[in-house]
Design a protein around this ligand. Sequence first.
Ligand SMILES: [Zn+2]
Length: 252
Amino acid sequence: MHDVNNTTEQQDAYECISVWYGGYGNYFCNFGWTCTQTFYSMNCLNLQNSFGCVSLRKAKNTVFNKTYSVYEYESLCAKIVDHMKSTGEWWEFFPHNLSPFGYDETVAQEYFPINESEAKTKKWNWKNNEETSSYHGSYYQPHNIQEYDEKIVGYDVAQRNIDELLAGIIKCEDTKKPFKIIKQELAFCIENHIPLPKKHPDQRHNERMNRRNPRKLHERACAECGAHLITTYSPERTERIVCEACYQRLVY
Ligand SMILES: [Zn+2]
């Protein structure tokens, strides 16, 4: 198995995402359950000898969701493979340009960040996360959380404020992207006396991600015993890094 993400009980799979529950010989597939000898297919269940199928279940010798005899299947596949070899597509996963998402919308951007011009150079999709037109109306300036709590301001005032907030659009104080607060989120904030968020959920996520160390490993020496260790803490950082044995000894 090689380059397979999110899988169980597979053998002989290559460049697949989410192929599960038995089966073997899956290549360049995205979501497949108990499929065998299946190529370039998505969301399929229990296929055998199939090529380029989508959302198909219990089928054999199929190309583009159409069933053929064994002989027809093999000769058709050979033709497709020849064509794909000529375009450079064969033995590669689905190309980026088929993705309905921009690179910057995916988790790839969190782990391997690039900018728009780099994406364009590689001919990858890019969707600028600029203010969208999905919300219409004027912006709402949230009050302190107490203003929505009927135990503090009384039922009528709290209810009026809650109605206004839930109908309102809030502008992220950093990115200016519009977002909304949902009823359950507001109830949670009121109950736990948590201030309402002033930043768009994406911005909050980015800030959490930025608190993590970069995905890069550094070779360092243990600050206690000098043992060689590999860590995400770069040598310039001020934290004291120790090996596991020293850590255990210091902690217990
Ligand atoms: Zn040590």
